[in-house]
Design a protein around this ligand. Sequence first.
Ligand SMILES: [Zn+2]
Length: 328
Amino acid sequence: MGSSAPDAGVHRLELPTGFAVGPVNCWLIDDDPLTLVDTGPNSGTVLHALERALAEHGRRVEDLGRIVVSHQHMDHLGLAGVLAERSGAEVCAYAPLAPWLAEWDAAMEAEDRFAEDLMARHGIPAEVRYALRSMSRVMRGWGAPVTVTRPLRDGDELPFAGRTLHVHHRPGHSPSDLVLHDPRRGLLIGADHLIAHISSNPLAARRLDGSGERFPALATYLDSLRATREMDLALVLTGHGEPVADHRALIDERFAGHRRRAGKIVRLLAERPATAYELAHALWGNVAITQAFLTLSEVLGHTDLLVAEGRLREETDAEGVTRWVSVR
Ligand SMILES: [Zn+2]
């Protein structure tokens, strides 16, 4: 590709993850400092794959001068600590995420407890919760603590010898999602903010403010998509799968998909009140246990919005289980 290509000097390193999502895209920015956006999960296999991928570009781990963590999910950050230690690279991430990344195990433990309470409250059966909990314990090792040396905030700039990347906080898929914008080339390194082949699940998660409160994932995500839709972009480099050339068309598809789903939820609740688990079951049938938290997240994203619109209210019974009730 010539130097006028929007992705000039930005190379995709596709690494295995072992997760259902498939391989993760890490982005090597061949500039000064040599920069890696996302690292893949923490495993020897992934590290070797990364070393081979860097070697294809004539680079080694030790050459890295900067690592950017796009967001808090372990398929994107697991190796950051190892790579920073070997290279001395600075580590950049959304500033409020820094304490979370420093205390990875404690953060994951708290996140699991939050998830378990949330699932119980929304009607997910105990056997599913226990299965998810033990799975999550096993998976935790795909992440690892890392010290953020350059905390980033919305509106910051990351300077390089040959470009300046603008940092935007675009939460929704997770509370800590950052995207990196190269306005000169119309290039956005978007990680999981926008993915072509799957809709980026706005996952239920705790706010990063330490309150322990649930972050309104879908409402926040739709606002973030609106902000990205306003941008003039030639290409979005994604965290999984192929780059996105027409971000506005894809965002409009996502908006339409969410509107359809909201409509279905309203119709289901017009028949009778239901827990989020019952709604997920009505929408997707019997999903794999591993999908139970994902589908719960999706339903709660919608009930948040519908409550805000005054179309639903919640009712919590004596056992502490919440049902959604249609408001007419
Ligand atoms: Zn993610």
